[in-house]
Design a protein around this ligand. Structure first.
Ligand SMILES: O=C(O)CCC(=O)C(=O)O
Length: 243
């Protein structure tokens, strides 16, 4: 599906206020992110020496959070049930010469059934500031078992301060590397059914990549990857960056 090919990942070309029609009651308070995030799922790589850029290190660790078991198995099945018919009609894209991503198919979705709307409302409540305006569509990104995403920073013209992704079907390793000093790097283990939330320095100063199965390891152990679907919510770009 070439219309979306790259539009989302490279340009994050999504539109205004995600979930704006939602009337679901949300029970999480904003500080839930601190309770739900597991700091053990984000690890600074050895190339980033302990005494180097200490403030940046502590900032990025606060700004890349992984919330394990954010959704239940039933909620995962329900989200997949809604996106699968659309995804199944597409082919995985490989081999595009300048792609930042390989082995993927993607779509956008703004209308969800009641159960999925409730899940997405929880994402909004936990991951985004109360006043944040979100893009109207969630980005649904389906990576084949052999698919991967190369390092990139989401363009400010198309995406604001915070990016939050629900991870379905497979765990994966996401690598963040400082855009100018790539040895300042960290890995995040994204377990199946987690939510990750990237904001601030983690979103702007670091590239992020989704490692392919052959390169995915966590604490010395290989992380097998199978097909993975991410449902990603993004904040609207700041007014000064809007196209
Ligand atoms: O699949 C993911 O969770 C990450 C996707 C990504 O890198 C992006 O949309 O910018």
């Amino acid at each position: 599906m070439r219309i979306l090919t790259f539009s989302v990942l490279r340009n994050c070309k999504l539109k205004s206020a995600l979930f704006k029609n939602l009337s679901v009651e949300v029970s999480y308070a904003k500080s839930e992110i601190d309770k739900l995030a597991d700091p053990n799922l984000v690890e600074i790589l050895p190339s980033w020496k302990e005494d180097e850029e200490v403030e940046l290190r502590s900032a990025v660790l606060k700004q890349m959070r992984v919330l394990p078991n954010f959704i239940t198995e039933e909620e995962e099945a329900s989200l997949l049930g809604e996106v699968e018919p659309q995804l199944k009609r597409m082919r995985y894209e490989f081999d595009h010469w300048d792609n930042a991503i390989e082995g993927y198919r993607e779509t956008e979705r703004s209308q969800w059934n009641a159960q999925n709307s409730a899940v997405l409302a929880r994402v909004r409540a936990v991951a985004f500031p109360a006043q944040a305006q979100l893009l109207p569509h969630a980005h649904v990104l389906d990576l084949a078992p052999a698919g991967h995403i190369r390092p990139h920073v989401d363009a400010v013209r198309f995406c604001g301060d915070t990016i939050a992704g629900l991870c379905l079907l497979s765990r994966a390793v996401m690598r963040l590397a400082h855009a100018e000093r790539a040895h300042l790097a960290l890995d995040a283990l994204l377990p199946r059914r987690c939510l990750y939330v990237m904001t601030g320095a983690a979103r702007y100063q670091f590239s992020h990549a989704l490692l392919g199965g052959a390169h995915s390891a966590w604490r010395g152990e290989r992380v097998a990857r199978s097909r993975r679907v991410a449902v990603i919510a993004r904040q609207r770009p700041a007014p000064e960056h809007r196209p």
